[in-house]
Design a protein around this ligand. Sequence first.
Ligand SMILES: NC(=O)c1ccc[n+]([C@@H]2O[C@H](COP(=O)([O-])OP(=O)(O)OC[C@H]3O[C@@H](n4cnc5c(N)ncnc54)[C@H](O)[C@@H]3O)[C@@H](O)[C@H]2O)c1
Length: 323
Amino acid sequence: MSKQKIFITGAAGFIGSHLAHYLHDRGADVVGLDNFNDYYTPKLKRDRERRLREKGILIYEQDLSDRERLECIIDKEAPTHVVHLAAQAGVRYSLTHPELYIRSNIDGFLHLLEACKKNPHVPIVYASSSSVYGRNEKVPFSIDDATDSPANIYGMTKKANELMAYAYHHLYKIPLVGLRFFTVYGPWGRPDMAYYSFTKAIFEGTPINLYNFGEMRRDFTYIDDIVEGISKSLEIDTGNHIFNLGNNRPESLHTFVTLIEEAVGKKAATNLLPMPVGEIVETYADIEASRRLLGYEPKTSLATGIRRFVDWYREYSSTAIPN
Ligand SMILES: NC(=O)c1ccc[n+]([C@@H]2O[C@H](COP(=O)([O-])OP(=O)(O)OC[C@H]3O[C@@H](n4cnc5c(N)ncnc54)[C@H](O)[C@@H]3O)[C@@H](O)[C@H]2O)c1
C-alpha cells in the first residue's frame, strides 16, 4: 500500500496540531494549512507550529478565502486524504462577528470542495459540531435527530457544511465524513474555551463566570479520543457520512470546576450568572453508530483529562503566558 499523504486545514489549531502529530507518528506524510488568525493568541498557534516543524511537518500560511492559491497548494501536494478543520470556532463570538463565520466556514469549505472536486477519489473528513443540534431538546443527541433549528450562527454554518458535503458527494461522488465534535479539551487547547479560561482564572485568583448558575451539562471529550476518531474516519473511502464524536457522559459545570480546582490545588471564586443567549443547557452525544461503524471508543475520564490539561497549562504558562 502506498504511503498516505494527509492534508490538514487548521493544522496550527488545537485539534489539527494534535492530529498532525498523531498521523505523522504512525507513518503518514502530513502537510498543513492555517491562516494563524488572532481569534485567540497567535503565539499559541506558532508554538504548536514550531513543535510540528521539529518533526518536519510544514504548515502553509494561507487563508481559505484565496481559492486559486488553495487550489495550487492542493494540486502541488496531491494528498491521498484531506482533513478540513480550519474554521471560525466559538459560539459567543458568532453573535458579534457573524460575517467571519460565513467567510471562513461556508466560503472556506466551498473553496476546499471546489479545489478537491477534480480528484473525487480523495476522501475528505471535515469538522462539524454538536452545535448543529441547536435547539433540539432530546438528549442524548443522535445523528437521526432533526438539525434544522440552529441556536446561533456558528451552528448554522456547521449545518450548512453538512449540506454542502451532501451536495458535493451527490454531484462528484467525493467520499465525505462529517464529524460532530462535542466540547473537545486537552493540552495545547483553546484559550477561548471554559476549561482554559477557568484554569487560568483559578491559578490567578480571579473569579469565573458560571452561566445558567452552573447548571449546564456538557459532554467533554478528551483530545486523544477525538484524534483517534478522526483517524478511524480516514479509513472510509466511499459514501457520505456523519458521526458524533463525544463522550456519552454529560458532566455538570460544577463537577467540571471541582475537578479543575483539585488539579490546580486551589478553590475558584465564582460569579453565578443567568443563561446567555444562543447557549444550550445540555449537550451530550449518542455515540452508538460511531462505536459500531467507526470503532470509536472514548477512553479518557474527565478527571484524567483535566489533570493532563492542568499539568500542561502549569508548564506552558511558566514559560510563556498566552493571552
Ligand atoms: N474544540 C472543540 O470543542 C470543537 C467542537 C466542535 C467543533 N469543532 C470544530 O473543529 C475544528 C477545529 O477546532 P479547534 O478547536 O482545533 O479550533 P482552532 O481555532 O484551534 O483551530 C482552527 C484553526 O483554523 C484556522 N483558520 C480559521 N479560519 C481560517 C481560514 N479562513 N483560513 C485558514 N485557516 C483558518 C485558525 O487559525 C485555527 O488555527 C473547527 O472546525 C471547529 O469548528 C471544535
